[in-house]
Design a protein. Structure first.
Length: 349
């Protein structure tokens, strides 16, 4: 698994799609999944609005396969409920519940947790050798990393347990009391909503253990050796700062980002110019002199960018920093993606 994270607009989606395309060209069966509700991935792949919760295969020439999908957190939640329920009857009761139907997409943290869950599913899908994840801008990427742990904490929360476990004799009375309390709130929220909510949580009875176990497995996957975090940044100071913050935040969670992608760099046009040439160019007049001035300015920009990035780059192993120039064209189709993918060296491990 490769997870692309970084601040807004630095090229996460493009890099994620290109990593998958590159792997496909190298013979792997790769799927790129976006958990960003923005629809950029479909654009980068030249797919129009055709991305859905089910991976779809793209027509990429080569020995491998390229697939793409977009998180459908409602469908993922439904699948999880069906899988974790004791029997079909319990699953149906939850899936048909009005509170569940209205809230399963909107409940805070659901989207993030389902992203982690979907990642787990794809990582274990025998159709794929590589799963590349495109995340929304930084802070939300961490929400996604944290979501499984937060679910575990919720499931262990005492109030939650009292509400959810009415079948246990001791808690049954409390649960009735809790219902009474909730009912007094119902003049504000509407009695039906409260009834639906209580019924929803009641219907979950017995499923906590399965959910907790799954959340632990997902957390382990994210922090484990099969998952590489790829930090994407531009050389802009704010993006670099945010990438550094992300790097630290991941570190605190026991995750070490393996690769840094510095995207949108200005190339130094003077890199290969010899000192003697410089002197000649500087003394030339007319168009040549103006070009020389422009080249000098671009060279200065490039060196400033390199200086801005270097403290961050120093946190990564030598050979784990990928530099990509600012290109003239946007990546909007498979050939473009293939070209972009060829720039991604060395390949993240
Ligand atoms: N190296 C590059 N050269 C030129 N344009 C680029 C390059 N990398 C990305 N872009 C363009 O920059 C824009 C933003 O890229 P992308 O959508 O991949 O960023 P993102 O980090 O996913 O953004 P968001 O945070 O909004 O999800 C796109 O129009 C993309 O085509
Ligand atoms: Mg994006």
């Amino acid at each position: 698994v490769q997870v692309c994270i970084g601040s807004g607009g630095v090229g996460k989606t493009t890099v994620a799609a290109a990593l998958a395309a590159r792997a496909a060209h190298a013979g792997q069966r790769a799927v790129v999944v976006t958990i960003d509700p923005a629809r950029r991935l479909a654009d980068a792949l030249g797919m129009g609005g055709q991305l859905s919760g089910e991976p779809r295969r793209l027509a990429l020439e080569g020995p491998g396969e390229l697939w793409a999908s977009m998180l459908d957190s409602k469908a993922t939640f439904d699948r999880l409920v069906t899988e974790q329920a004791a029997d079909a009857e319990q699953a149906d009761r939850i899936l048909a519940n009005r509170y569940y139907r209205n809230m399963s997409g909107a409940l805070s943290g659901t989207q993030e947790y389902m992203a982690a869950e979907e990642l787990h599913r794809l990582a274990h899908d025998p159709r794929f050798d590589l799963v590349v994840v495109d995340t929304p801008p930084s802070r939300h990427a961490l929400d996604f990393v944290d979501a499984p742990q937060r679910l575990v904490r919720l499931l262990e929360n005492r109030v939650y347990r009292l509400l959810v476990s009415p079948s246990r004799p001791v808690t049954r009375a409390v649960s009735l009391a809790a219902r009474a309390v909730l009912r007094t709130t119902s003049s504000v929220v509407g009695a039906q909503v409260i009834e639906d909510a209580v019924e929803f949580f009641t219907a979950f009875d017995g499923m906590e253990d399965g959910f907790r176990e799954r959340a632990r497995t997902v957390t382990k996957l994210l922090a484990g050796p099969d998952c590489a975090f790829v930090v994407v940044t531009s050389p802009r100071a704010d993006a670099v700062d945010e990438a550094a913050v992300l790097h630290e935040a991941l570190g605190r969670r026991g995750i070490r980002p393996t690769t840094l992608v510095v995207n949108l760099l200005h190339e130094d046009p003077l890199g290969a110019v010899q000192e003697v040439d410089r002197a000649q160019l500087a003394s030339a007049g007319g168009v040549l002199a103006r070009r020389w001035e422009a080249a000098l300015a671009l060279s200065a920009t490039s060196r400033q960018e390199e200086a801005a990035v270097s403290p961050l780059a120093a946190r990564f192993a030598a050979g784990a920093v990928i530099r990509i120039p600012r290109l003239v064209d946007e990546v909007r189709d498979l050939p473009g993606l293939t070209g972009f993918g060829a720039l991604l060296t060395p390949v993240p491990r």
